[in-house]
Structure formats: C-alpha cells, structure tokens
Design a protein. Structure first.
Lengths: 247, 106
C-alpha cells in the first residue's frame, strides 16, 4: 500500500524506545568509529593476533582502556600491571553506574546485567539524557538500543581496523565530531547554577590535569565538579533560607 | 607476549570493567546510599561532558591554546551557540564541522 498516512504507532512502545536509542547514538558514532578503526590498526601493529584484538573490543568494550592496554602490551608490560591500569582507567564507570542505578532499580536482573555490560561513556551520556526527559516506563529499551548500537559499531570498526592494518591519518578531522556531539549534549544539563558550577570546575581541572596518566585527568576533574556542584547547591539553599528568615 | 598472557589480560580486564559497571546498578541498592551522594549524581553528566570537551577544544599538543588561531575553540563556540539555540545534535555537529572546515580554508 502506498498510503502516506501510515500509522506511526505500528511499533510498540518498547520498539519505539529501542529505535530511538539506536538513532540518538548515531551522531556519536561519527566520532567513535574512527577510534575503533584506529584501535584495530594499532592492535594489529602491536603484534596482537586478529582474534585476540577483536576480543578486546568484544569483551572489554572500553575505548580508552583498550588503547592504553595495547600500548602497554607494545611496551611488554606485565599482565598484572595492564589489568590494574584497565581497572583505574575504567573506575569512572562507577560514577555512571551510580548515576543510572536509581533509574534501573525497578528492573529485574535480566535487564540490569546486560544494561551494565553496555555502560560505556557514550551509552551513559545518551541514556542519561533520555532519563532526564522523564516518562521512563520503557526507557530501558532506549538504553538497550543505544548501547547495542554503540557495541555493534565498535565491533565492526575494530574489525575494519584489523583488516586495514594501517593507521587512518588523524588530519581527516572527524575526531572533532566527538567534542561537538558532547557540546550538544551538555547544554540541556546546564539547568541551574550548581550544574554550571559543576561543568565549569570539571572543565577547568580537566585542562589543569590533562597530563595525568590512566585517564585520571578525567576521573579527578569529574569528582571535583560533582563536589563543587553539591557545594553551590548547599550554599544557595542556605542563602535562600537566610533570606527567608530576614523577610 | 604469549597468547595465554593476552587472554589473561582480556578476561581479567573484562572482569574488572564489568564489576565496575555493575557496582551501583547491581551490587549496591541506591536507597542504601546517603542523601548527599544521591543528590550529587545529578552533576555527573555536566561534569563528565565538560571534562571531555575542554581538553579537546582548548589544548593543542598538551598546552593551553586560547586565541583566535585556535580553530577548534572558534568552531566549538559556534557549535555551542547552535546547540543552545536549536537543541539539535546534528545541526550542532554540522555547524561545528563546517566552521572548522571553513577556517582551515582561510
């Protein structure tokens, strides 16, 4: 049938959420896919066999940690040190887990286990923007859709990089799409003064601490940002109380 | 490095990463967390995003680059403006990439 007024509700609510999550991950993939290709190429040039290289993406599924692990393998570091490094680099995911925990608390373990598995930086950022929009009855399908989209793209881009085995020149400039995507996502989170304070202080310290190893240049500024946000919230709440006492 | 060592890294790396991601979702119920901690969670997304954006647009080869010759800063500012006015992810990215490309041509 060529009727143009097809019912858009031909998908169920879970289906709409799932596709919405997958769709909203697309802009981020523009920035992620080049990294996946580069990871595959780097793993190949570090002498890691194709199956093991792909397994890093399949099982660890954490971009920064995989890059650092491969560079440590290239330097013949001990497996213990490499695993410890992966642990420190991914410690920031604990914050994401804490942030999303209240939203998925009502779900069964059948949901919690795969959703946690997909909890990367990019999945967290897109999923938490969904939870902020409210009406979350089926939002876990959105989380699943966005996580699976990212996971699939990460696997395919890794494979491509292993197959090519050559480095993609960074001058292409596509990596710049990543901060631009984050720019679009941060604006709706800046709803009040404490949120601005959290963002500004985290940004400031991320510059100051940019040279720290193990992604600590991300973890520490984020913890400072959260503390500053809380501090400003408490301070303005008590200022409001003080004003209330005067009038 | 032997294949056995590689598999130790992959499987142990998977275990620690997964335990971190499971931590609060699975192992610790949120109603057991203190009140201040739960309120702090709201500030994670803006803090994470700012800490990801700032080095990408302000640092060049590891040093602060605050001037009109920093094309990433200019294009990022345009993109921020577009994001603020339109709330549209694609428009934000396209405007930023276009600005970046145009500046490279100048």
């Amino acid at each position: 049938m060529s009727s143009s007024n097809t019912n858009p509700g031909s998908f169920s609510r879970p289906g709409i959420e799932f596709l919405g999550g997958a769709r909203d991950q697309l802009p981020i993939l523009l920035g992620v896919v080049p990294f996946g290709v580069i990871f595959g190429a780097l793993a190949d040039s570090a002498g890691i066999p194709a199956f093991e290289a792909q397994s890093f993406s399949l099982f660890i599924f954490a971009g920064s940690a995989q890059f650092i692990a491969v560079s440590l393998i290239g330097q013949a570091a001990s497996p213990f040190l490499i695993v410890l490094t992966i642990f420190i680099v991914n410690l920031r995911h604990m914050l994401y887990s804490a942030s999303l925990a209240p939203h998925v608390n009502h779900l069964s373990n059948r949901w919690k286990i795969p959703l946690s598995w997909l909890l990367t930086d990019e999945a967290f950022i897109v999923a938490s923007s969904r939870y902020r929009r409210g009406n979350i009855e089926f939002a876990h399908w959105y989380f699943l859709g966005t996580g699976l989209m990212l996971w699939t793209a990460w696997q395919l881009s890794t494979s491509l990089g292993i197959a090519l085995g050559v480095l993609i020149p960074p001058e292409i400039g596509l990596d710049f799409a990543l901060p631009l995507t984050f720019m679009a996502l941060i604006i709706p989170t800046l709803t009040d003064r404490p949120a601005w304070a959290a963002a500004c202080s985290a940004g400031f310290f991320s510059i100051l601490l940019a040279n720290l190893p193990f992604k600590l240049g991300l973890l520490i500024p984020v913890i400072i940002g959260i503390s500053v946000g809380l501090g400003v919230e408490i301070q303005s709440a008590s200022a409001r109380r003080a004003n209330g006492d005067i009038t | 490095m032997s294949r056995l060592e590689l598999w130790i890294i992959i499987l142990a790396g998977m275990a620690v990463t997964y335990l971190i991601r499971l931590s609060f979702i699975f192992l610790i119920p949120p109603d057991r967390l203190p009140e201040w901690f739960r309120r702090g969670l709201r500030y994670i997304p803006p803090a994470v995003l700012a800490a990801l954006i700032a080095p990408d647009i302000l640092l060049l080869d590891g040093t602060l680059h605050l001037s009109f010759t920093n094309h990433r800063l200019l294009a990022g500012s345009i993109a921020a403006l577009v994001a603020w006015r339109t709330r549209n992810t694609w428009l934000t990215i396209v405007s930023g990439l276009l600005t970046f490309g145009l500046l490279a041509l100048l």
